[in-house]
Design a protein around this ligand. Sequence first.
Ligand code: PLP
Length: 330
Amino acid sequence: MLYDDLPRMRLAHLPTPIEELARLTDFLGGPRLFIKRDDCTGLASGGNKTRKLEFLVADAAARGADALITEGGVQSNHCRQTAAAALKAGMTCMLVLSPGYADEDTGNLLLDRLLGARIMRVESTGARAGAMRDAADSLARAGRHPYIIPTGGSNGLGAIGYASCMREIKDQSEALGFEFDAIVSASGSGGTQGGLVLGAKLLDSMTRIIGISDGEPREALAERVREVALEGAQVLGSELALADDDIIVYDEYYGEGYGVPSPQMVEAVRLLARKEAILLDPVYTGKAMAGLIDLVRKEVFEANQNVLFIHTGGTPALFAYRESFAERWR
Ligand SMILES: *Cc1c(COP(=O)(O)O)cnc(C)c1O
């Protein structure tokens, strides 16, 4: 594949396993459900950003960078994985963090500090880009070589991590003896879904890629996913023609907004814990699983289909949301 020629820094434990969710399937009575354990990519608690960082950090190294700068909310899984990747690459890491739900020294923020990242606080999401540029300028003036990684690592190069994940899934499904009818994952900055869409096209796969929005309306997120997929194709020097129905986004499962707990999220996290001993997260996979459960109940899938949910990680944030899960809140 085209992406095999790109510089790549091995950071993730791959392939991540695919497990059958037999008890959840029984409970819901719909299609056969499977889960791809990208929460097990292994880099300081793992998650989906590690696949993107394999390409982004390799690019940074090839350009002679010695410092990574990135941005996110206080409980950003992307920032935590970037801090870890920087260490592996022998670089320093600066995180520009904006306020969000669970703004305290627990969960990912605690791990950022443990990993020794430099943390710069800004007052809003809108202030992050300027702060990253300022940080890059001041590092450059000090003779350093900074490399800025965008939100969620979601540019064309980062998305290649999920284009190549699509081939990993194809190899695994061949061993299982079928092709997945649909892949469902949480979708936010678009790199995961955009990469999967690109990867599916490169493989001529018929698998439907379904993204569950973490807090943005359908049209806006679908547009971002499209842009990232096209940018990824450009990185590979390949032509990509996308039809409207190649990008499927559901935006009815994020509740009151990004990072805000919802009763359906709590129910989905608890259900997966108790049926499958799988720990989801409160911001992305809990809401995406609540979406998958609802889609199964609405019979969006046929009973004889095979559906793969991607566990994109985020488990450390559970500890920052302890009030949502405390028994006394049941
Ligand atoms: C970042 C993240 C997502 C969303 O992935 P994008 O590539 O940003 O769309 C989903 N789940 C978890 C746990 C994440 O940290």
